[in-house]
Write a protein that binds this ligand. Sequence first.
Ligand SMILES: N[C@@H](CCC(=O)N[C@@H](CS)C(=O)NCC(=O)O)C(=O)O
Length: 218
Amino acid sequence: MPPTITAFESSPDRGQGLARDMRVRWALEEVGQPYDVRLVSFAQMKQPQHLALHPFGQIPTYEDGGLALFESGAIVLHIAQRHAGLLPDDPDARARAIAWMFAALGTVEPPIVERSAAWLMERDKPWYAQRLPMLDDRIRERLAQLSTHLGEADWLDGAFSAGDLIMVHVLRRLGSSGLLEEYPRLAAYIARGEARPAYQRAFAAQLAVFEQSQPPPG
Ligand SMILES: N[C@@H](CCC(=O)N[C@@H](CS)C(=O)NCC(=O)O)C(=O)O
């Protein structure tokens, strides 16, 4: 039996590949592991059956045999540890790749998510226009540091790894912000990630789910 992941029945990102099941799909595609997808509605995510898998009532989850996991980073790490292709064999390089996963999730993603949350929940509030530049500056600080680290390299630390996979996916959320244009090395880094065949297969799969969730036109 292939592993089963959960994803939105109808993703609020309209199939742009921003929902976090995309990371898991991409990792599974990179290592060549087929998978099943169970689609869940927002209501189902808050029901006991899903809460037993994910205590916070979110997607993605991952089930394989007796193992059930939540948190996209933990799932991608599990996949990367079980299959060749997403983590280097050398123990030190492997530890550094895992550090980049944590950096993406713990250092780079939070200010990006805060900006998205402000847009979603506060953009009609009087303080939003004042707050946005502050949120943008916090993101710029991280982007500048990341761009300096990356330099002219293709990937964060040697060959493409699970650290790059998570980082590229985290950065993609800035797509409509205009901020990435200020950091051409990062824009090119994201484009390299998106050009990978495994990324494209994962993107097409999640987009197909969204398209099928839409009522026929007319
Ligand atoms: N830290 C979690 C975040 C999971 C998360 O925020 N999932 C979103 C979709 S990308 C979700 O399920 N949102 C619906 C909700 O929170 O009700 C992870 O990386 O898996």
